[in-house]
Design a binder for this molecule. Sequence first.
Ligand SMILES: [Zn+2]
Length: 370
Amino acid sequence: MKQQDSAAALSVWVALESPTSHPAGVNGMMDLVQKDVAGLPIAVERIPGRDGLGDMVVLRAGLDNGQPAVAVMSHLDTVHPVGTSAKELPVRVDGDRLYGPGVYDMKGGAWLALQGFKQVAAAGSARRPMVFLFTPDEEIGSPTSRGLIEEIGRGSKAVLVTEPAREGGKIVTARKGVGRFDVRLEGRPAHAGSRHADGRSAIREAAHQILAVEGMTDYARGITTSVALVGGGTAANVIPQHAWFSVDCRVTTLADGTMMENRILSLKPHDPDVALRITGGMNRPPYEKSAAVAELFALARKVAADAGFDLQDCPMTGGGSDGNFTAALGVPTLDGLGIDGDGAHTLQEYGLISSIAPRQALIKGLLETI
Ligand SMILES: [Zn+2]
């Protein structure tokens, strides 16, 4: 396919807005996938969405030889609300850049990987079964798709994830684990003027707890904690009964994940008259660059070299993805195989049109080699 034809076809995907919370849009994306593979030797399974989220689509092709499959995984939800493309981030081409909501994270990767998958299916050049999973909810931690991601992962020889490429086309071979916690505090309300001493401020207690949580950051060990959402109180002259804050935690090892989960869940109140209720835990386990991941990366470098480019990987990244789930099961996983570009989750999001063809060739080569 010519470069401008690829950009035009991808633009159709980007123009269909599909934030996680808008199942009609996400399902529209699933329809586009099904339409794209019609008439090819590819079996399509559509799994209805639940909990107010969109559907999933599973494509199966390749050899039916009882071997473990090679799996590709892409999410079709984005973080951009409906209306973004009509206002702040119109779908447009500017030189080599294709702008639009979710083009980089990760419709570009999903689209180009599907083209590679279709080529291999049509040519009959797979060496084993191939599975392609499209999910509706990665941007909120994959609550409804995690089970299927892990099930497909367990049955696979390798998993290829099409999250965006990094820093000039680098792929991802390790990611930090991610934890999310919610801390709710309940003190005692009182008039801030006449009954000050009777009050027990949930916000003052939250301030102590926030400093304690933020103090758990240990850069040398690759552990970070962030309190980025906070709330509480009812009026300026009432000692606040309620307060709450969220905690984002990132770790590099499974052991540190368990350790941090225990530390955060067992926070004790500074003021015994204020109650703490802490929920949450580690959501995505760390994805470590094991020997098997390194071996798969070496194979990808060779496939890329055959396609005419030098493939590099980047140091462990802070962001989690569905690759964390499969890597944690011990299934060799490569991530960041998607489109090159920049501006994920921002209004400057773009993909580089010139990166589509080489990365499609990489996916195709991997599907034919693994
Ligand atoms: Zn993504």
